[in-house]
Ligand binder design. Structure first.
Ligand code: NDP
Length: 307
């Protein structure tokens, strides 16, 4: 039986791996479907302390993984599909069919991009509709793209897309953004960016790729057609907690509920990072909660006298 299994290799999981490895717990880290987490989908991280000129998200998380490996953490590429309490611990079933038992579990499965869930979206996913500007931005050289959303992600993605696109239109369903002021100001000062307020997309149109979208005015409900070459969604995230449903306490949106020590309702199960954070959702807070979970798992094992 493992001492500790960590689910997820984002910055929270990698931090938990560094701490549990340095405590000689020999953690096993399961990567999940989005290896490296959300930081691998971003460009420069400007607000992680210690990097005067910022750091690339992929570099930050890759370094954290290598740092954990240096202390003995083991990383495994697989996906946990089932979770069950057993005597003295928990069992995870992986999509490969393997079953592993563990005395403690740290859930750092993060959150994944939210989609609009309108009928035509599926048809154009990867053919004009994207949720990752870093991944797909270079395909839109000298094109006109739309970014949907009004938070920090929308500001960041729109500003990033101006490196490629000739024009970036941000469409938001309200009349003001929720993004931080510095990121709003950066967007509004960019001559390639413009904003359309109080509109949502109700349909994507095109043939092989997108040619236009139908916009609905959130006040008048009037519909208009708007030409564009691509649409980037930056409308928030959904926590990856499905396999714990009915066993671990979560809120209505699926965020795992923890106390201030990152403990869940199950003994020896801790959650950190974006799967349990509805409030901060920053790289630094994810890393911080990963550290907390690791220390709590170590204390739990010591108190039980099982390590
Ligand atoms: P947010 O939840 O902050 O914002 C989501 C945005 O999408 C809101 O404007 C919301 O509008 C809109 N939205 C949600 N659903 C829909 C829908 N169905 N149709 C149209 N619009 C919709 O998510 P973010 O991903 O922007 O940010 C998450 C966290 O990550 C935040 O804490 C943010 O600060 C942080 N972050 C920090 C960065 C940095 O500091 N460098 C970069 C990126 C993110 P409404 O307001 O109407 O709900």
């Amino acid at each position: 039986m493992e001492n500790v299994i960590i689910l997820g290799t984002g910055i929270s999981g990698c931090t938990a791996a560094i701490y549990t490895a340095r405590s000689n717990l020999k953690p096993l880290v399961i990567s999940g479907p989005e290896d490296g987490g959300q930081l691998t989908l971003t460009t420069e991280v400007e607000n992680f302390p210690g990097f005067i000129h910022g750091v690339q998200g992929t570099e930050l998380v890759s370094n954290a993984k290598q740092q954990a490996e240096r202390f003995g953490a083991r990383f495994k590429v697989d996906i946990a599909s089932k979770f069950n309490p057993i005597k003295d611990g928990y069992e995870l079933e992986l999509t490969s069919g393997e079953k592993i038992q563990t005395k403690t579990l740290i859930i750092s499965t993060g959150a994944s991009a939210r989609w609009l869930n309108i009928p035509s979206e599926e048809k154009f996913k990867g053919r004009g509709v994207s949720s990752c500007a870093t991944c797909d931005g270079p395909f839109y050289k000298n094109k006109h793209v739309i970014v949907i959303g009004g938070g920090d992600s929308a500001m960041e993605e729109a500003t990033f897309l101006t490196k490629f696109a000739s024009k970036v239109t941000v469409i938001h369903r309200k009349d003001k953004f929720t993004a931080s002021k510095i990121m709003q100001d950066r967007l509004l000062a960019n001559p390639k960016c413009n904003v359309i307020w109080n509109k949502t997309i109700t349909e994507f149109q095109g043939e092989k790729t997108i040619k236009s979208v139908t916009l609905e005015d959130t006040k008048t409900k009037e519909h208009t057609s708007f030409a564009c070459d691509g649409v980037f969604l930056a409308i928030g995230h959904i926590p990856n907690s499905t396999i714990f449903k009915d066993q671990i306490t979560m809120d209505a949106l699926g965020y795992i509920q923890t106390d201030r020590f990152t403990k869940t309702n199950l003994e020896g199960v801790f959650a950190c990072g974006d799967v349990q954070d509805t409030r901060y959702r920053q790289a630094i807070t994810a890393a911080g909660s990963g550290c907390q979970s690791a220390i709590e798992a170590e204390r739990y094992l010591a108190e039980k006298g099982i390590h």
